[in-house]
Design a protein around this ligand. Structure first.
Ligand code: FES
Length: 329
């Protein structure tokens, strides 16, 4: 017995998983921005939209003229970006003006690539270029099945075939657009209303680097674990760092000597999305994924999108060796 797969039907649905993924992701991205108290907090907050605009400008983004314009009205452009992502996500999920939604998604991804991901090295660690590529099939094919576009198109054809005026079909499309736009605005407004106050997440968590103990009070740490890893004092350059692996987990740890005789250690896992930060340069750890920066002496956030300082590991000196706790404090 031979089994014939309905290849035509499968082909028609081939883009459905991609459409679902992009639709859900863009809705989520828009709502997360609208619900994030840091997003519109302004220049004092390293995780704010304005701080990220300024960071992209400082990195000579090729979209600098656009960014300078956006900087004049950060609340308006930041809100428009969040609602733009929500509109693209809803249009893609529901398949309403699917090609137009895909074009919007491609423009947003290109803009984010030229700004937020521009300095990501190597390029494949930045995800905006991948999103730009992912929009292309939907831009070419539109959303011809399981979509409001298909449903409205079938109804329009039926009405025209039965001699009804074009006006009713246009009214039907207009009603669908108004319903989706209204639903998106309502969801966005409710999310924005529910956001809490800005908390002090961008501040360092452990005070200034202490003495040889490295803890907030300069004494031996009470946190972390007894299990740790050792390194010779002579291996840690002043102003530089040596990278270690936490025993067991293998998590990256950087031991730094910000000034002669002062040692501290930080987790190398970026608090934004977990990429390993680069060794410190000019007093800062920089994350290669989305360009967050952390103070190499305190671990504090210097530039978002990260909002939490790098976790500190306790350091104790014993003669010519440093003992670093395997877990953060
Ligand atoms: S993982 Fe996103 S900035 Fe580090």
């Amino acid at each position: 017995m031979t089994m014939t797969l309905p290849t035509d039907s499968l082909r028609r649905q081939a883009l459905l998983p991609l459409r679902l993924f992009l639709g859900v992701t863009f809705c989520y991205a828009g709502l997360v921005k609208l619900g994030d108290p840091h997003y519109l907090a302004g220049a004092g907050d390293p995780a704010s939209y304005l701080s990220q605009l300024q960071a992209a400008l400082a990195q000579h983004s090729p979209a600098a003229p656009l960014l300078r314009l956006a900087r004049h009205a950060p609340t308006v452009t930041g809100t428009a970006l969040a609602f733009g992502e929500l509109a693209v996500g809803l249009g893609t999920l529901l398949g309403l003006f699917g090609r137009m939604a895909a074009a919007g998604g491609a423009v947003l991804s290109l803009t984010l690539f030229l700004t937020v991901s521009w300095r990501t090295y190597p390029y494949f660690l930045g995800n905006d270029l991948a999103y730009l590529a992912a929009w292309t099939p939907l831009l070419l094919a539109g959303t011809p099945s399981l979509s409001l576009d298909a449903w409205l198109g079938a109804r329009r054809s039926g009405r025209l075939a039965s001699g009804e005026s074009r006006r009713r079909a246009v009214l039907e499309t207009g009603t669908a657009v108004l319903a989706v736009v209204g639903g998106g605005l309502l969801a966005g407004a409710l999310t924005a209303r529910s956001r809490g106050p800005v908390t002090g997440a961008a501040a360092p968590t452990g005070g200034q680097p202490g003495g040889p103990g490295g803890g907030p009070s300069g004494g031996p740490s009470g946190g972390g674990t007894a299990t740790g890893v050792s390194v010779a004092v002579s291996k840690v350059p002043v102003g530089g760092a040596v990278q270690l692996s936490a025993p067991g987990s293998g998590d990256p740890i950087f031991v730094v000597q910000p000034k002669p005789g002062t040692f501290c250690a930080f987790s190398g896992a970026c608090t934004h999305a977990g990429c390993t930060v680069l060794p410190p340069k000019d007093g800062a750890f920089v994350c290669p994924c989305h360009d967050s920066a952390f103070d190499a002496a305190t671990g504090a956030v210097l530039r978002g999108p990260a909002t939490q300082a790098l976790p500190r590991h306790a350091v104790t000196r014993s003669g010519t060796d440093l003992r670093v706790a395997g877990k953060p404090e």
